[in-house]
Design a protein. Structure first.
Length: 187
């Protein structure tokens, strides 16, 4: 009787240890994904803060390109208004902003004085560095999200995930297939 009780205690203890281990792994994966999203959010905020200065600099040189400038400002405001936890909506809005910024930078080719302006060059370089940081943060976030999603869907951790309300997260992806296309470069 005592041996059976001890064996039962050991089995229950091992099972409890296994459940605790799975739960902690899920918590760790969720925290990594949240931290990764925070990194994206910081870089997106940094980019949004640079845009007004860039637009004002371009305005002085390309005042009749008002449509492009207004589009950049509109896309920036749209991206800023999307809820922080709406990954898909934020990805779409940021993709639209990236396209608008590309058109803004194309203006510098049409205005040699703008292209030579040191303030514009510094802002463009800062924005390009920020874009690079966003790409790195996006890769990190998507990796952390993948790890969380695998744990949420894999057996036996999916049982624990379901019991404790762990959910899959959305990836931060480019929505427009044209953005994924390899650019055509000709000389």
């Amino acid at each position: 009787m005592l041996v059976t009780f001890i064996i039962l205690i050991v089995i229950v203890g091992a099972l409890a240890g296994f459940v605790i281990s799975l739960y902690n792994a899920l918590v760790r994966a969720r925290q990594m994904a949240e931290e990764a999203w925070s990194g994206i959010d910081v870089q997106l905020k940094r980019r949004a803060d640079l845009i007004p200065n860039l637009v004002e600099t371009v305005k002085g040189y390309a005042s009749h390109e008002r449509g492009t400038l207004e589009e950049v400002v509109e896309k920036r405001n749209k991206a800023q208004s999307v809820a922080t936890n709406d990954v898909a909506g934020r990805a779409q809005a940021e993709g639209e902003l990236t396209q608008a910024l590309g058109r803004l930078f194309a203006l510098s080719e049409a205005y040699p004085d703008l292209k030579a302006n040191q303030n514009f060059s510094e802002l463009q370089a800062a924005l390009e560095r920020t874009e690079s940081e966003i790409q790195m943060a996006r890769r990190y976030y998507n990796g952390a999200t993948r790890d969380l999603n695998v744990r949420v869907e894999s057996f036996p951790s999916n049982i624990i995930a379901g019991q404790f309300g762990f959910q899959k997260r959305d990836y931060f992806e480019i929505e427009d297939a044209a953005d994924r296309a390899v650019p055509n470069v000709s000389f």
